[in-house]
Design a protein around this ligand. Structure first.
Ligand SMILES: Nc1ncnc2c1ncn2[C@@H]1O[C@H](COP(=O)(O)OP(=O)(O)OP(=O)(O)O)[C@@H](O)[C@H]1O
Length: 233
């Protein structure tokens, strides 16, 4: 589904992403971990063609993402609040996103009912602009907006970071549900090793721009990662 070849991104002559080869299969749920500055967000930005590569390429369905827009039709992402339109209310934003994908209001309203628990009464009908929501609630809007798009590829950067424990649990089951559908390729970055190992079938560990580990999640994965990060301290 996604192939990375000889991908290098440098800032001030330092390679912050340096991935000779990475292949992500259709339907995989991948957890992306790594300490601050490891290059996770930069990798997402390269995958979304938000920044230029210095070398190499990211291919989605065999096509270089920097050379065409086809991947935008089936790829949804939420990296940060900058992806939202903050002078809209959540409803207006969801309808807008829906309209870009040919989905009418009635359909969006029906879909939004599925996220009632996740929203916990704080998102819809509150007559607030997105900019006036808490960071955690903005994150909920961003995540649900990606899911409304019914994507084939879903990229979420630290979705657990600002949300409360109840929402984290709900988000985990949402992501697990997506993973079980097997037609959505999901990459989720997180500093929470418990959450990320629970929702992912494969873990990619980055450090200083390079992939240090690429492992299938198993019974020992959490302890393997904890050991790695404790030695890194
Ligand atoms: N626009 C930029 N200009 C200069 N350096 C940058 C820029 N964007 C990212 N970097 C650097 O690239 C490196 C990787 O940053 P990145 O944000 O990708 O890491 P990360 O793994 O997402 O970190 P975190 O876990 O803290 O979010 C860091 O050293 C960062 O300072």
């Amino acid at each position: 589904m996604i192939q990375i070849k000889n991908l290098v991104k440098r800032y001030n002559d330092v390679a912050v992403v340096d991935i000779p080869e990475l292949s992500i299969n259709k339907g995989e749920t991948i957890g992306l971990v790594g300490n601050n500055g490891a290059g996770k967000t930069t990798l997402f930005r390269l995958m979304l063609d938000l920044i230029r590569t210095d070398e190499g390429e990211v291919r989605s369905k065999e096509e270089n993402v920097a050379e065409n827009d086809h991947w935008k039709r089936y790829t949804a992402s939420f990296l940060d609040e900058g992806f939202l339109i903050d002078y809209l209310s959540p409803e207006e934003y969801f309808y807008f996103i829906g309209s870009l994908h040919g989905l009418n209001r009635a359909h969006i309203d029906e879909e939004l009912e599925k996220y009632d628990d996740f929203f916990n009464g704080e998102i819809l009908g509150r007559k607030k602009y997105i900019r006036d929501l808490s960071k955690g609630n903005q994150c909920k809007v961003g995540v649900v907006a990606t899911l409304l798009q019914n994507p084939e590829v879903l990229l979420l950067d630290e979705p657990f970071a600002n949300i409360d424990p109840s929402t984290q649990i709900r988000l985990k089951s949402l992501i697990k549900g997506i993973g079980s559908e097997k037609h959505i390729t999901t990459i989720v970055s997180s500093h929470d090793l418990n959450h990320v190992t629970e929702v992912s079938e494969r873990i990619i560990l980055m450090e200083k721009g390079k992939i240090i580990k690429d492992i299938k999640t198993g019974n020992n994965t959490l302890s393997e990662l904890e050991e790695y990060f404790s030695v890194m301290q």
